[in-house]
Design a protein. Structure first.
Length: 151
């Protein structure tokens, strides 16, 4: 896997690139092990602008995924882009009583799964995606992120 990590959030306390890459690799299915991915870490303003432009939601959200969708001959391993809003991640981690590291791991994995076609638009799709997230997170030593949400 090749990941271009761009931090334009103004926050210097992000997880180490090595951790981010490790989490992403854990979520990649075999056919995507050589994936090329861009991770852009943004501030509230850019997060809100992107969420509004692409989802018509006038607020910053934690993670946005932009899958390429179809294989491109010139870049057959290009999987897509993930945008994470660092201030939202920090705020949610505190609210949900999670470590920032665990929340980052979850959102990286969540974004990577979206790039591979997983979604949560329906209850059935959500159950499949959440089960996959929980399995990956447990394998690398993190708790079920959805249990903390119900506190």
């Amino acid at each position: 896997m090749n990941m271009d990590i761009q931090n334009v959030s103004g926050i210097d306390t992000l997880p180490a690139d090595e951790s981010i890459i490790k989490w992403a690799q854990q979520a990649l299915e075999d056919q995507h092990k050589n994936a090329e991915i861009t991770l852009r870490v943004v501030n509230i303003d850019e997060g809100k602008t992107l969420n509004n432009a692409w989802r018509k939601k006038d607020y910053a959200t934690n993670v946005l995924s932009f899958p390429v969708g179809e294989t491109i001959a010139q870049a057959p391993d290009l999987l897509g882009d993930i945008v994470i809003c660092a201030p939202i991640v920090e705020e949610e981690a505190k609210k949900q009583k999670k470590t920032i590291e665990a929340h980052w791991a979850h959102l990286i994995i969540h974004g990577i799964l979206h790039l591979q076609g997983y979604d949560h638009e329906s209850d059935e799709e959500a159950a499949i995606m959440e089960s996959k997230e929980i399995q990956i997170l447990n394998r690398i030593g993190y708790a079920n992120p959805y249990e903390a949400d119900s506190e």
